[in-house]
Design a protein around this ligand. Structure first.
Ligand SMILES: Cc1ncc(COP(=O)(O)O)c(C=O)c1O
Length: 498
């Protein structure tokens, strides 16, 4: 089974865990401090407070910013549930807005429309590794005196204009859950450059205890991370370069293989964003596949490929009582998240892409209605036409055939480039013999007219040669069928190359 996500545990985790156990620091401890220091240095944030998970981080951020009953928080409709739930947990009202149809992140234009006198904060969720339009969001926040909380669960180490996601707003909330870029099992962090806010959040996550032991002056929680979890995170940071390099390789490989597949759209990554692919989402057009997104999930699972759907928007879950948003709804219904994890191999990516393409409606059509030998034949003829007739539309036609050919290759069919040349030579021969009587070969009185033009003997000679080349053409096509298993045994001999 190829899982949709998998932590990169390559051996040294065992060493640090044993070390943490031997040290007897299994609640807080030095790995927590070291991880916070190392992580803060990498992302260039002054205060890093690790805690139980990203959900507790979001909760802490809202509590730390003093958000509560009577306040409104702007939340994207399309996201993992935590930003909505944590807003409800603090007693504030989530005001859901639609996302951008290309980046899938919260839309700055929709944020503007949703602001009221009660609005206190915006939660910008950086989904799947992409980063929201932070320049616009920060400008809106500044103008309207709003806090910005960044949900960086899925965009750990992604950057926007060279700055790490999570360091733009008042608080950045990270996740180190098993499926994320850095995995501790469960784990999270809040980061902020505001020392007072950091001190406040630190107190809240430690039972609300003041510097005087067992003296409390606010409602608090126990949201602390253990030394054991931090040890895992610490060892993950030591191989960060390897993790980032592989995630980049995986993302590029998927894009190369699926970019041109009709019916698949990738999340738009703006030029300002340097993305670390946490997950690998694609949006599918169900009309181009043999079934909808959930059908694809089922069929891929039968092939040993585990995937995930996009998130259900708040607006489709009655519990949240949110107005409908068309983009969020479309993304929720059609996003398919493909496997993406550091140790995913190129062979596995090839296999996943091939199986996905096999589920395309037009690959079925092309595979059965236009067999491979026919496509190769059409390529050879179009090549000939481009050389001799040169109509601009031929180039487009050629691209279509090349695409169809690639679909066969993607399905594992080995294409021999010699086949195109062999068919090209046969078709060229036929073309040459017919060229000067070309306009008449399809007319009713073809023979009389042709004979009138080139004479009886010449016509007879040419007909024999054309017949022979036609037979050759059928032989080549049958050979392709025999070697690839794609196509049909062709018996009929057409007397025209095109
Ligand atoms: C966008 C987003 N926010 C928040 C969370 C919650 O993170 P955690 O599981 O660490 O609480 C997730 C987790 O899957 C997520 O994808």
């Amino acid at each position: 089974m190829i899982h949709w996500a998998k932590p990169f545990l390559s051996g040294d985790e065992e060493k640090v865990l044993v070390d943490a156990i031997h040290s007897s620091w299994i609640s807080g401890g030095p790995y927590v401090t070291n991880f916070e220091k190392d992580f803060g240095e990498i992302i260039k944030s002054k205060n890093v407070l690790t805690n139980a998970n990203c959900t507790t981080s979001l909760n802490l951020a809202l509590l730390g910013l003093g958000i509560g009953p009577g306040d409104e928080v702007i939340v994207p409709d399309f996201t993992f549930v935590a930003p909505g739930n944590t807003t409800l947990q603090v007693g504030a009202k989530p005001v859901y807005v639609d996302v951008d149809k290309d980046t899938w992140g919260i839309s700055p234009e929709e944020i503007k429309k949703a602001i009221t006198t009660k609005t206190k904060a915006i939660i910008a969720v950086h989904l799947y590794g992409n980063v929201c339009e932070m320049d616009k969001i920060m400008e809106i926040a500044k103008k309207n005196n709003l806090y910005v909380v960044e949900d960086v669960a899925e965009a750990v180490f992604s950057k926007y204009n060279g700055k790490y996601a999570g360091t733009f707003g008042d608080v950045g909330c990270f996740s180190f859950q098993a499926a994320k870029t850095i995995a501790m099992g469960e784990g999270g962090a809040v980061v902020t450059d505001n020392d007072d806010l950091a001190a406040k959040m630190k107190k809240i996550m430690n039972h609300g205890m003041t510097s005087k032991r067992y003296w409390h002056d606010t409602v608090g929680y126990n949201y602390r991370l253990t030394n054991l979890q931090a040890a895992l995170g610490y060892s993950q940071l030591k191989k960060l370069e390897l993790i980032l390099k592989n995630r980049e390789r995986i993302y590029k490989s998927y894009r190369e293989k699926l970019e041109d597949v009709d019916g698949i759209t990738f999340q738009f990554i703006p030029k300002e964003v340097e993305m670390v692919a946490c997950h690998m989402p694609i949006k599918i057009d169900p009309k181009k596949f043999k079934g909808d997104r959930d059908f694809l999930i089922e069929k891929l699972l039968e092939k040993g490929i585990e995937t995930r759907p996009g998130f259900y928007p708040f607006s489709v879950m009655p519990f949240y009582n949110a107005p409908k948003f068309p983009i969020a709804e479309d993304l929720g219904a059609n996003i398919l998240v493909l496997p993406c994890f550091t140790s995913l191999t190129e062979q596995e990516i090839d296999y996943i892409c091939k199986e996905l393409i096999n589920l395309k409606r037009d690959s079925l059509k092309k595979g059965l209605e236009v067999p491979l030998p026919e496509i190769i034949d059409r390529i050879s003829i179009t090549k000939l036409k481009i050389e001799r007739v040169g109509e601009p539309s031929l180039q487009k036609e050629m691209e279509e055939y090349q695409k169809a050919l690639k679909e066969f290759e993607d399905r594992g069919v080995k294409i021999n480039s010699e086949w195109i040349n062999e068919l090209y030579e046969a078709n060229k021969g036929i073309w040459d013999l017919e060229w000067d009587v070309r306009e008449v070969v399809n007319s009713e009185d073809v023979w009389e007219e042709a004979e009138r033009r080139i004479g009886f003997e010449e016509l007879g000679r040419r007909l024999l040669l054309v017949e022979e080349l036609m037979r050759k053409r059928v032989e080549i096509k049958n050979k392709i069928t025999g070697q690839t298993g794609s196509g049909f045994k062709e018996k009929k001999i057409n007397h025209c190359a095109s």
